[in-house]
Design a protein around this ligand. Structure first.
Ligand code: SF4
Length: 463
């Protein structure tokens, strides 16, 4: 749950970096940072805030140069504090490197213990610093060789953007391709981003995705492509299906597909699988809107905006503290009485994780006069935590891990509750292999490190 961005070879690198990160704000709201390089000197500005608050004219003016990388962060590993704000800058024998990371490593704790035993002193509690130390210790001279040496050791999810003080920009996607990373052009400059929506904002042209297991190196002569060497069995791509369901912005293309259309198809499939007699279909905004449109199209029940979202509070699911999350539901959503009063209402949401938000929504709609409330979820029950960079709660907090659909329906107090099937969701995103859906199945495509297995075992015994 982070966003990464980079731009190489443009006179407005810092300004466009700022705009690019702005478009990625939905991927993380805890910290924002930019690093730019000019004449071999790297300059960095990071803050614990939204992009628009982190930067002003002065701070951007202090980031000269034609190449810059940026990061917006939500902490899935490492605490929420300034020392963990990215991009990091570090020095190694060959110069300076800056790094921005989206994803989680599954063997970070083991590697960190090993590195600390060998004398490494960590400055942060982030997974990403493990890659930094592995690069610093590598015997290779060139930064790309050091990066490859480091990546041979790490397992898990990583989409990285790196910057060197000799003005090379590097993009990397792990061999499974869990997290997105795309390449674009704006005039002669190259751009890297987590999502294409940032290209649209800066009027960059989408070229292609960074392939799973690919390293692209962009320098003044152009772009070259390298592969992360495979030590064991070659990994099959397992792109995170949750990016389609919830996380990516609907105006983005991820994994080559429109997020909006995939969500709309999920809603259509949900209507086929779980029809209901009702008067109105309403979404839980914003991310539930395309699926609700799909449900309405397929069922013929009119679509209306029966809940209004305030855009001046963070997204509930990714608020880091339980106390804020509970408060946030009431702050965030309010019902439109004229839409729901006296009606049989279908509410389409894209996930039901703990059940607490849905329960409050049902209560709000009934208080606004809804005669019946039918919850429809455009994802299958979330039964397992994610270890690849999405902040799903622990298994004991996932209501579907230990309760039947009927029990959850009783808990949220809806008249009916139904989820899309796993098969239905996969067919809506184009089907077939090539996706991770472990949070719905428990089938983790990259074996978890010892520390993660201990977490799952303790969560199982807790649930
Ligand atoms: S476990 Fe779920 S959220 Fe995590 S990468 Fe897999 S599909 Fe995405």
């Amino acid at each position: 749950m982070c966003g990464v961005f980079g731009i190489h070879g443009h006179d407005e690198a810092a300004n466009l970096g700022y705009l690019g990160m702005h478009a990625l704000q939905h991927r993380g709201q805890e910290s924002a940072g930019l690093v730019a390089v000019e004449d071999g000197v790297m300059r960095r500005h990071v803050a614990m805030s939204l992009v628009s608050d982190a930067f002003d004219r002065d701070s951007l003016a202090k980031l000269p140069g034609r190449t810059a990388i940026g990061h917006v962060r939500y902490s899935t590993s490492g605490s929420s504090e300034l020392r963990n704000a990215q991009p990091f800058v570090f020095e190694y024998a060959g110069g300076q490197v800056s790094i921005a990371h989206n994803g989680n490593l599954v063997n970070a704790a083991e590697l960190r213990a090993e590195l600390e035993a060998q004398g490494s002193i960590f400055q942060t509690s982030s997974d990403t610093e493990v890659i930094v130390h592995l690069m610093a210790r590598a015997r290779e001279q060139d930064v790309v060789g050091r990066l490859i040496a480091a990546l041979r050791r790490v397992r898990g999810a990583y989409s990285l953007v790196l910057l060197t003080n000799d003005e090379r920009m590097i993009g990397v996607r792990d061999p499974n391709g869990f997290r997105p990373l795309v390449i674009g052009r704006i005039k002669d400059a190259f751009v890297l981003s987590s999502e294409t929506c940032s290209f649209d904002l800066i009027e960059a042209e989408f070229m292609r995705e960074v392939e799973p297991g690919e390293i692209v190196v962009i320098e003044k002569d152009g772009m070259t492509s390298h592969r992360i060497p495979v030590l064991e069995e070659p990994a099959s791509p397992t792109f995170c299906v949750f990016e389609h369901v919830y996380f990516a912005r609907p105006d983005s293309l991820v994994n080559g597909k429109s997020v909006y259309r995939a969500r709309e198809r999920m809603g259509m499939r949900l209507a086929e699988e779980h029809p209901i007699e009702a008067d109105v279909v309403i979404p839980v905004p914003d991310s539930g809107v395309p699926a609700a449109i799909g449900y309405s199209k397929q069922s013929g029940i009119p679509f209306e905006m029966g809940l209004i979202r305030s855009h001046y509070v963070g997204r509930t699911f990714i608020e880091p503290q339980e106390s804020i999350r509970h408060f946030g539901v009431r702050l965030k959503l309010s019902p439109v009485r004229s839409v729901v009063d006296g009606k049989r209402v279908v509410v389409v949401d894209d996930s039901l994780v703990r059940g607490t938000t849905s329960r409050k929504i049902v209560k709000m709609l009934r208080a606004a006069g809804a005669r019946e409330v039918h919850m429809r979820i455009s994802a299958p029950p979330t039964t397992h935590p994610c270890f690849y960079g999405i902040d799903t709660p622990t298994r004991s907090e996932l209501v579907a891990a230990s309760h039947t659909v009927e029990e959850i329906c009783r808990y949220v107090t809806s008249d009916s509750l139904a989820y899309i099937s796993h098969e239905g969701m996969m067919s809506a995103v184009g089907g077939g292999p090539g996706y991770c859906s472990a949070c719905f199945t428990g089938e983790y495509p990259v074996p978890l490190g010892k520390d993660r297995l201990v977490q799952i075992r303790s969560r199982r015994s807790a649930s």
